[in-house]
Design a protein around this ligand. Structure first.
Ligand code: ATP
Ligand code: MG
Length: 424
């Protein structure tokens, strides 16, 4: 029995998983750059107060999911549970208000939440996200939503749903809260204990309750309680999204679990429903920067869950090329030839040819079996005859043909068609 396992809810991302991770990250980087977003990478841990302040004291994240610890200097820190708070902190800390607004940033980062692990729900997971800070225009909400949508299309996922809502501003919300409390009061026996506890301080969250969907469906709708400005903002957004051909579904039960959202909220949900259905979510957070001690500064952003996207890619059978096998496997017969094989393998690698080397003192036959097992295209064989001729025998493992190639032209002979010289 091994003595250690990875901590519960934390997974090793094994080599065979990497093609999925590379693919998703590459699409994120490509599209974010196309839309003018620049990468930012905040530290893994922050002052715990940053998250309490921004994400909100009533949220699941702050109440039960944060990895909080005291360091040796006595500071209380938390492993980052989400990205927006850190990005906004960095925006203020580095005086990005003085840059042309909005400032567009994106990230790809591990996140930490102490949750009950299950499929698509981990304690260490990864999010990509983007934030556009410093502008309240609904056209910017449309840009961020369009970027999210195009990204999920680029992943090749089918049957996605984009759910959209507006939850107004802190000024308009008390009136909506009142309406919700009045509606739910006689039904408190029907909702889950969590929701009963949230009824007073966070009534929006009751709309999210999985226990009684019909009850939530008939609840008062935030769109009917918007202030004039927010209503106009939402109308403009819908119009811009129509123009961009981004399909959305109005969903009045969509409220999001984080306190900092104002006006626009949205989610991307996969075709196959489940308890971990959302694969990305975002919205506007016009009060957040001020909450962190900055001047009033609007912002809008999105975060997507890498693990859940990859889960859906696999479910939908999106196939990705496996990690590349070596181009050449260098085999040898005898100690003298082995010394040359070590050198030749190094030379091939420096010339940009992926090469593997037979190890130990296995027979040529065993080495050739190994060569086939690695998936190499060619075996490079070095024995006494080859050494005497300053050449190698190159065997095409698929065709079972072979030829003599002088060592000086080996790299050139083995280089894959179309692959240029090494840039090292
Ligand atoms: P959920 O309701 O599923 O807990 P959330 O509202 O907490 O999600 P956000 O904070 O909006 O999620 O995070 C954005 C995205 O990050 C989610 O849509 C999801 O894809 C992913 N995500 C969130 N929590 C986890 C987790 N514990 N493990 C894996 N992915 C996660
Ligand atoms: Mg959550």
């Amino acid at each position: 029995m091994p003595k250690f396992r990875a901590p519960r809810g934390a997974a090793d991302i094994l080599p065979e998983e990497q093609p999925y991770w590379d693919f998703v990250s590459q699409q994120v980087e490509r599209l974010c750059r196309l839309y003018g977003y620049r990468r930012i990478e905040p530290p893994l841990f922050e002052d715990v107060g940053l998250f309490e302040r921004s994400v909100g004291a009533e949220t699941d994240i702050v109440q039960k999911e944060m990895y909080t610890f005291q360091d040796k200097g006595g500071d209380t820190l938390a492993l980052r549970p989400e990205g927006t708070a850190s990005v906004c902190r960095a925006y203020l800390e580095h005086g990005m208000q003085s840059l042309p607004q909005p400032v567009r940033l994106y990230y790809l980062l591990p996140m930490f939440r102490y949750e009950r692990p299950q499929a698509g729900r981990y304690r260490q997971f990864h999010q990509f996200g983007f934030e556009a800070i410093g502008e309240a225009d609904a056209a910017l909400d449309a840009e961020v939503i369009d970027l999210s949508w195009q990204l999920y299309r680029a992943f090749g996922l089918k049957g996605l749903r984009l759910a959209l809502n507006s939850i107004g501003t802190p000024e308009s919300r008390p009136r909506y809260h009142e309406a919700l409390r009045a509606y739910y009061q006689p039904h408190l026996g029907q909702v889950c204990p969590d929701c009963r506890a949230r009824f007073e301080r966070a009534p929006l969250r009751l709309l999210d309750c999985k226990q009684d969907a019909a009850l939530a469906e008939a609840a008062p709708r935030s769109l009917d309680y918007l202030d004039g400005e927010s209503a106009r903002h939402f109308q403009q957004l819908c119009r811009y999204l129509d123009g961009l051909d981004v399909p959305y579904t109005l969903d009045h039960r969509l409220v999001r679990g984080l306190d900092y959202y104002t006006r626009t909220v949205y989610e991307i949900q996969p075709a196959q429903e489940g308890s971990q259905s959302t694969i990305g979510a975002g919205g506007r957070y016009d009060g957040l920067i001020q909450e962190l001690g900055g001047p009033p500064t609007p912002g809008v952003g999105f975060a997507g869950g890498m693990e859940r996207i990859i889960l859906n890619l696999k479910r939908q059978g999106v196939a990705l090329a496996a990690t590349a096998a070596p181009r050449a496997f260098v085999a040898f017969v005898g100690e003298e030839a082995k010394a040359v094989a070590v050198r030749v393998t190094g030379e091939l690698r420096r010339a940009g040819v992926a090469a593997a080397l037979g190890l130990g003192d296995r027979s040529l036959k065993a080495q050739l079996r190994q060569a086939s097992a690695t998936g190499a295209a060619y075996a490079v064989i070095l024995g006494a005859d080859e050494l005497a001729a300053g050449a190698a025998t190159v065997r095409d493992l698929a065709q079972a043909t072979q030829e003599r190639v002088p060592l000086g032209t080996l790299a050139e002979r083995l280089r894959a068609p179309g692959s240029g010289p090494s840039s090292l």
